[in-house]
Every structure is written in C-alpha cells, then in structure tokens.
Design a protein around this ligand. Structure first.
Ligand code: BGC
Length: 372
C-alpha cells in the first residue's frame, strides 16, 4: 500500500518536471532495477552531480563537503554540494534533493539526515534519469537507491566493542566484573543500529557471562539512543545515569558510538568528580585524537573521509562512462525493499598504541600524534 502511494507520488513529480519516460535512458529497458544485472547507461562528460549532505554533526561531514567539491571538479564534473541546515533539516534536505533533480543532476549522492524520509525525492531522481548513491548512511524503504558507499558499519561497532573490552582489561585497575554504560547514535540514522548491533555482537556474551555489568540496566537501543547525535543529549543522559546509579560505585567503561559523544560523556564524568572511564569513539576528530594521546579517551576509529569520497567519485565516473560499478557487498544492506549493492571500506581501530601507524596516510592527524 505504502509502496503504491510512493510510486504514484514519484510519477506525479516526474510529470510535473516533464521528464516522464526518461528512466529508459538509464538502462535501456526502464524496468530492471539499476545496479542489478544491466550495465548503467552512461551520460555526458562534465555533467552536473548533486551532493546532499546532512547537518554537520561531526567533522567528517565538514570535510566531505570540501573534498566532494574539489574532487568532482578535478574529475571534470560540475559539483553542486549542499548541507541541510541544522533546523528543519529533514524537510530542507528533501527540498535540496528535489532542486538537484530539477536542475538536471545525473547522479545525486546523499548523506541522509533521515534515511527513512527520502523515498519521494529519490524516486523523483530515478524517474528523471538520475542515479542515486547513498553515502555513509543508507536510504531506506525505496527501490530507487542504486548504490551504497560507506565504511563497514557493523565492523565499526565490533571494533568499538573489542576496544572497550581491551581498554577495561588494561585500565580499569581491577579484575572483572566491570561496570559499563552503553550509548548509541541518533535513531533517524540507519547507521546507529548497525554500529550498536556490531558492538553488542562482542559485548552481549560478556554481559551474559557477568564480565560486564550495565549498571543502569539500559541495554535496549531505544534506551541508549542520542537524538540528533547531539553532544548535549549524551551529556545529559550520562549526568542522569551517574546520579541515579553511580553515587556509590565506579563506572569503568562506556561504549560511545562516536568522538563527539565520547567527549560529552567524559566531560559529564569529569564534572561529577568521578574516576575517568574507558570510553570508545569514532571519526578521528582532532580533539579526540588529542584526548587519546593524553590518555583521556581510549579509542577512536579511522574512517578516512578522503578514501570514502574518492571511492564515491570513482563510482560516479563509472556511471558516467556506462561501465559496471564497483561493489564488494551485495548482502548486508537490505533497506526494507531491496538489498542495496554496496562498496564497503575497512574501518581501522585507533588507540594511543597504534595511532602513528593508523594515521600514516593522514598527515594532519599524524602531525598531532607526533607532537606528543
Ligand atoms: C557517521 C558517523 C558520525 C555520525 C554523526 C554517522 O552516520 O557514520 O561517522 O559520527 O553519523 O555525524
């Protein structure tokens, strides 16, 4: 029922644009889903490429915008890179994507603010003959997303879980059981559950055997969520848990899904005058890399944004030439109506111990590490 309604909306949008029928330009038959068996149709050199990024909730998004603008221009395309503003983000991003479709973009790369709310826009893109690449975050519940490009999100979570266990063994200052708390990302971001499930794949058996104790008892993703990936929301939740649960015991470790939230959690604990716990992170944000070198934050993940943007631009080049598009995963990312063919890059765990090696190809971070 829902699917029929969405398809009808897309058809209306295509009619309004006077573009009905253009979908056949993409693959010859107009019927087969792109990214499946048929080769992409190709389009003119120098075409316009839209890049719709979410609000700047972490440094990787800021960097991605600059790298896309430069990289697409270097590859001979016309780049139209836009961020969703911090307020009214979902609706504004939808408008930006719709405008990219109208302006004739041949590929639209989307870092979704809310991956469940873009079906109408990506279906309009497809009907106008454009390809849609979900960047970093999956777009859900629609056939019209052609490819997904991201770091392996489940592996990110597993690496975080492993780092938390390793950090506890090294730094908790006592044997198990260890008291921990769990945080996850924003519920409107499809990555949040994947990160959390990856981490729980490692942590759940240790909770079950008593090695880890979640003091607050909050182990369901709904209880651990951080709306909007906002630091203040994580800090507030940590403040509340410290008051309710840790007045008479120590907190040994915290699973944090990214660096922004890790620093908020550490700030909360510090302000409460408690012992510093082992805290994980993700993104290799400058401030967190410093905190790792200063033994304040235990770990982060290196997801080199330059590599992810390069891979995306490579896929756009393949689409332009009508070549087969590189994918290395055709199983993991079921968006609710189809398995989206994906290219997944390998995330790298970073602690103080391997930081120099991990950032060997990231000069700005290497410089920070070497300054300690
Ligand atoms: C990204 C993370 C980032 C988070 C908040 C996620 O979708 O994969 O790298 O920390 O969004 O911006």
């Amino acid at each position: 029922m829902k699917k029929i309604a969405l398809t009808a909306t897309a058809a209306v949008a295509a009619l309004a644009l006077g573009l009905t029928g253009c979908s056949s330009e993409r693959g010859g038959t107009g019927g087969a889903a792109p990214g499946e068996s048929e080769a992409p149709a190709g389009f003119e050199e120098g075409a316009r490429i839209g890049v719709a990024l979410p609000d700047k909730t972490s440094e990787n998004w800021v960097l991605a915008g600059d790298l896309f603008t430069q990289g697409l221009e270097d590859a001979g395309f016309q780049a139209d890179v836009q961020y969703a503003p911090a307020s009214n983000t979902v609706a504004e991003q939808a408008n930006q994507i719709q405008a990219m479709v109208t302006s004739g973009a041949k590929v639209i790369v989307i870092g979704a603010k809310d991956g469940k709310q873009l079906a109408t826009q990506v279906e309009a893109a497809r009907d106008a003959g454009a390809y849609v690449i979900a960047y970093d975050r999956l777009i859900e519940n629609t056939e019209a997303v052609d490819y997904y490009v991201a770091f392996d999100n489940f592996k990110v979570g597993q690496l975080q879980g492993e780092a938390l266990l390793e950090g506890l063994e090294k730094n908790a200052g006592h044997e198990a059981p260890y008291n921990i708390e769990l945080f996850s990302g924003s519920p409107d971001d499809a990555n949040s559950a994947v990160f959390f499930n990856g981490a729980m794949d490692v942590l759940q058996p240790k909770i079950d055997d008593g090695t880890l104790v979640v003091g607050s008892g909050q182990t369901e993703i709904g209880q651990t969520a951080t709306q909007g990936w906002l630091a203040e929301n994580a800090q507030e939740r940590m403040d509340g848990i410290l008051t309710s649960t840790y007045s008479d015991k120590e907190l040994d470790g915290v699973l944090s899904p990214n660096d922004t939230l890790a620093r908020a959690i550490l700030t909360s604990v510090e302000q409460a005058g408690k012992k510093q716990p082992v805290v994980t992170g993700q993104d290799s944000e400058v401030e967190s890399v410093k905190w790792i070198m200063e033994d304040k934050q235990y770990s982060t993940i290196n997801k080199d944004t330059a590599l992810l943007v390069d891979q995306t631009i490579k896929m756009i080049g393949q689409l332009q030439k009508g070549e087969e598009v590189d994918v290395n995963d055709t199983e993991q990312y079921d968006n609710g109506v189809k398995v989206v063919p994906a290219y997944l890059l390998d995330p790298v765990i970073v602690t103080k111990e391997n930081a120099e090696e991990a950032y060997a190809n990231v000069p700005s971070l290497l410089e920070i590490v070497q300054s300690y």
